[in-house]
Ligand binder design. Structure first.
Ligand SMILES: NC(=O)c1ccc[n+]([C@@H]2O[C@H](COP(=O)([O-])OP(=O)(O)OC[C@H]3O[C@@H](n4cnc5c(N)ncnc54)[C@H](OP(=O)(O)O)[C@@H]3O)[C@@H](O)[C@H]2O)c1
Length: 279
């Protein structure tokens, strides 16, 4: 969309009209969302800004309570450690977030109500599709069923994967998730498995392994067949050891940054943020 010069300039300058998309974390030093979203708002001519807010768990309730009256607040992005606890603080939850039981985005309605959703899984699927790697019909192994893994699991099943193997260090969490998915998608093929990547078309690391250089690998990469799509969720480092190993073995590396970027358009749409008008 073409944007008139003066309005375009205003979209790049924070003013009294600028909407705020706050990004909630604790700690917040490692988050990438402010850079990603501020770049996206500028590129799309949207008069909004993302700032990071570092709030400790004990202060969460008081902080969220104060948001209802913040009139130029578009919404809040939520990450560790608040995604699950903040569920109790919002007025309504929509989409797969009702089953994931964790939210990572909140929209503030004009009447002050806070509506939560979860774009992690949808962002992951959008990232795959955007790279020409539609997960539909593929045999998928998902290693790690923490917050991100749960969201990805529901979204992959919704996207129509042929089968989904769930592996987790704490097996009981994978078993619980498999049962929860079957309650929602009764014809889904979901099994709890070992973290062995042999025989899958798409293998996903949704653990925290890879955030530090000395982390072990999430599964035995010697069992990867060439051509397997190997996806990571980790964004704390630009290219994890898993991505290097996948590349070395003739697999298709799919870094965590693509999941983050896959969420951008969905979040902007969810927050109902529009480019400044050129009329
Ligand atoms: N790319 C994106 O847009 C995006 C979005 C969201 C999150 N993330 C990233 O996703 C990662 C996971 O975040 P999360 O919120 O899901 O974390 P989380 O809820 O704390 O879950 C951590 C997961 O990692 C597993 N794990 C931790 N240490 C392990 C080890 N030593 N060996 C095997 N498994 C281990 C845990 O297994 P147990 O259940 O056994 O503890 C659990 O499955 C983080 O790096 C986060 O930054 C990226």
């Amino acid at each position: 969309m073409a944007i008139a010069g003066e309005e375009y300039r205003q979209a790049r300058e924070i003013s009294g009209k600028t909407r705020v998309y706050a990004h909630l974390a604790h700690p917040s030093g490692h988050v990438r969302a402010p850079q990603v979203f501020n770049r996206a708002f500028r590129a799309r001519g949207i008069d909004a800004v993302t700032v990071s807010i570092d709030v400790a768990p004990d202060d969460l309730h008081a902080m969220v309570s104060g948001l209802h009256g913040w009139r130029n607040l578009a919404g809040i992005g939520v990450t560790t450690p608040h995604k699950e606890t903040i569920v109790a603080e919002v007025d309504e939850i929509v989409g797969l977030a009702r089953y994931i039981k964790a939210i990572n985005n909140i929209r503030r309605e004009q009447d002050g109500r806070l509506i939560g959703t979860n774009t992690d899984g949808a962002g992951f699927v959008a990232g795959l599709k955007g790279a020409g790697r539609d997960p539909s019909g593929r045999r998928v192994l998902l290693v790690g069923v923490g917050g991100a893994g749960r969201a990805i699991a529901f979204a992959l099943v919704e996207a129509g994967v042929a089968s989904l193997g769930l592996a987790n260090r704490t097996r009981a969490r994978a078993e619980r998730l498999a049962g929860e998915i079957e309650e929602v998608f009764s014809d889904a093929s979901v099994n709890v498995v070992q973290p062995d990547p042999a025989g899958y078309d798409l293998v996903v690391n949704a653990t925290t392994l890879g955030m530090r250089d000395d982390d072990e690998l999430p599964f035995d990469v010697d069992h990867l067949a060439g051509g397997t799509i190997v996806a990571d969720v980790v964004v704390a480092v630009p290219k994890t050891r898993l991505m290097h190993e996948a590349e070395r073995r003739g697999c298709v590396p799919h870094p965590g940054q693509l999941m983050l970027e896959g969420q951008v358009d969905q979040v902007i749409k969810y927050l109902r943020l529009e480019p400044v008008s050129n009329s």
